[in-house]
Design a protein around this ligand. Structure first.
Ligand SMILES: *Cc1c(COP(=O)(O)O)cnc(C)c1O
Length: 233
């Protein structure tokens, strides 16, 4: 089932790329495996997935320990400063940086471990009150400040669009995020790249690809619905 799902998602990405005249190599599928058991991740791995996304530090670390070492782990969830030390050398990309304080902690731990932490700045382009992320207005200034920290490299922007029935409703937010990344790129800030746009989930990733996503984060569309009723360890 997982194998077929991945194939379907990849076909949909290819179609969206064709529609938008984009190169399919420029879009990477992240299999969002939060709450799912290792056996399901293994099936995705065997189907060719090498990028996995998790939103909890402990879960990412546990899976990191047991899964093959060529996997690139994406931290996509809200990150608490006291947990940065556990993942700074394990996450390939941290998608959810939305404050200078968090960036400072990442910088400190990265320097300590002698690594460079690759990060995205999370922007709440839809201005939803329930969501994390900096505002579009504050993003450039925040990026300027973060860019001066050692041990940290800004690779682009991430957004979580609202939950909607019709994916077209989110097109405006994907357009906004891309425009914001172009604006910031034009500021030519040292040590800042705007090559990455992490946007699009199960309900709307085709639209996100049409609007320039370089990473799409797909959970349900690969692994099925998540069960949050199970008691967490
Ligand atoms: C859970 C999650 C996803 C995947 O959501 P689906 O709708 O299951 O594809 C993507 N991005 C983030 C940040 C998430 O927390």
């Amino acid at each position: 089932m997982i194998k077929e799902n991945i194939k379907q998602v990849e076909e949909n990405i290819t179609d969206a790329c064709k529609k938008a005249n984009r190169n399919v190599e420029d879009v990477t599928l992240i299999a969002v495996s939060k709450t799912k058991p290792v056996s399901m991740l293994e099936e995705a791995y065997e189907s060719g997935c090498r990028h996995f996304g998790e939103n909890k530090v402990q879960e990412l670390v546990e899976k990191y320990e047991v899964m093959p070492k060529d996997i690139k782990w994406h931290m996509i969830g809200h990150l608490q400063r006291n947990k940065v030390k556990y993942i700074v050398d394990k996450a390939y990309l941290i998608h959810s940086v939305d404050s200078l304080r968090l960036a400072e902690e990442i910088s400190k731990e990265a320097v300590k471990k002698n690594v460079t932490a690759n990060i995205l700045v999370e922007v709440n382009v839809a201005e939803e009150e329930t969501k994390f992320g900096t505002t579009s207005e504050a993003a450039a200034e925040l990026i300027k400040e973060i860019s001066m920290l050692p041990g940290i490299a800004i690779k682009g922007l991430m957004t979580i669009a609202p939950y909607v029935e019709n994916a077209e409703e989110n097109r405006q937010y994907f357009v906004k995020l891309r425009q914001l990344s172009v604006d910031i790129m034009h500021k030519n800030i040292d040590n800042v790249s705007m090559g990455v746009l992490s946007m699009g989930m199960t309900g709307d990733y085709q639209v996100a690809v049409e609007e320039g996503a370089t990473y799409v984060r797909v959970g349900t569309g690969i692994f099925g619905e998540r069960d949050y009723t199970a008691v967490s360890k």
